[in-house]
Design a protein around this ligand. Structure first.
Ligand SMILES: *Cc1c(COP(=O)(O)O)cnc(C)c1O
Length: 367
């Protein structure tokens, strides 16, 4: 029996994608970004599949603690760092690297005793205007950190790119130069022992200048393209997740009939309609437009009507013999998650991260 909504996870592809990162950045160490439940693929599942990464990165302290409790020994960086002393204590207790991006964090560090207890990544804001010290603040931050006994030295240095997915946008080169120039201005205070990190997936794939001691791939590890104009497979990546369900009803409807909530779809001709057991309650995007492709028995059928919580409706013109129980793929198997994201005015990141608890996870090797 084909289960109702399920996500097929091919963990073996994670290793392939990690090798692709190595091919693009052969001299860099790899910090595999597995925040947000491994981009929806399962935090521990992905960590286990990528144990040969040089480090992991998560967003929050509790994600790092979960990895440690599961026995993960790799270096783990917490990208949002800490906001209070208790969180800093947890970072130290679980041997997690902290990203330090604000003076408020510096004050907490200065109030703490301890020797070489916490490895840190000092973050420079080169234009994203989210986290990080401004260039003119950076020297002061480094000076104050050098007085903190709790900090393990040498510290590492990082910044984050805001526009690297736009290969034409000069903002990326500006950010990279600002990072390099700011650090060069601090010589001889810094040395090559202070390792540096700039690139996310788009930086790794499109901006050679962003390749330094460490790279921080996220989305590409899951086989997904960071660019709006390509899919992961075109970049040599292998998607890990595909999303599936099945038809639960097939019916004929007449010209003029309305389909779904608010009757948003009006049939222009007699139509064979299929009802699929997937909806926004599973993480299928509520704003997928009419015409968004769905694979029914491996063939494309367009979405019609509104996406509801548990169901969507499709036009079965391409396969009039389809019947309840037939397999449906929402993304995967030649229908890329990147294409579905475009149809729903979103990015593929949100689709894989948004798959909900209700969706059964099936590991491909277990099939
Ligand atoms: C999420 C994140 C990454 C990974 O980004 P991708 O676009 O998924 O490769 C890298 N660095 C930081 C600071 C992040 O927050």
């Amino acid at each position: 029996m084909i289960p109702a909504a399920y996500a097929l996870i091919n963990v073996d592809s994670a290793q392939h994608n990690l090798q692709m990162v190595r091919r693009f950045a052969p001299d860099a160490k790899i910090m595999a970004v597995i925040k947000a439940n491994g981009y929806g693929h399962g935090l521990l599942r992905i960590a286990d599949a990528l144990l040969n990464a040089d480090a992991f990165a998560v967003a929050r302290v509790d994600e790092g603690v979960r990895l440690r409790k599961a026995g993960i020994k790799n270096r783990i960086a917490v990208l949002e760092g800490f906001t209070c002393g208790e969180e800093l204590d947890e970072l130290v207790a679980y041997c997690l690297d902290a990203v330090v991006h604000s003076f408020a964090q510096l004050e907490i560090l200065e109030s703490r005793e301890g020797q070489d207890a916490c490895a840190i990544w000092l973050k420079l804001d080169t234009g994203m205007n989210r986290l990080g010290f401004k260039p003119k603040e950076f020297n002061a931050a480094i000076q104050r950190l050098s007085q903190c006994s709790i900090i393990r030295k040498p510290i590492s240095l990082m910044t984050h790119l805001a526009n690297a997915d736009d290969k034409q946008d000069a903002a990326t080169l500006k950010q990279i130069s600002l990072f390099n120039d700011t650090l060069a201005g601090l010589a001889p205070g810094l040395s090559p022992k202070n390792e540096r990190s700039i690139a996310n997936s788009a930086g790794i794939l499109a901006w050679r200048e962003a390749l330094t001691d460490w790279v921080r791939p996220g989305v590409m590890l899951y086989g997904i393209s960071p660019f709006p104009d390509s899919a992961g497979e075109q970049l040599g990546l292998k998607p890990i997740m595909s999303l599936h369900s099945r038809l639960i009803a097939v019916k004929s409807i007449a010209k003029g009939d309305k389909v779904g909530y608010s009757g948003a779809w009006v049939c222009e001709k007699p139509t064979t309609l299929g009802v699929v057991a997937i909806g926004y309650g599973d993480g299928y995007p509520r704003y997928a437009k009419a015409g968004t492709p769905v694979l029914v028995n491996g063939r494309r059928a367009p979405l019609i009507g509104r996406v509801s919580m548990d169901m969507i409706t499709v036009d079965l013109e391409t396969q009039p013999h389809a019947k309840p129980g037939d397999p449906v793929t929402l993304w995967g198997d030649g229908l890329t998650v990147e294409e579905i994201a475009l149809c729903a005015d979103t990015i593929p990141y949100t689709l894989v991260c948004g798959v909900t608890q209700r969706v059964q996870i099936v590991e491909k090797s277990a099939l």
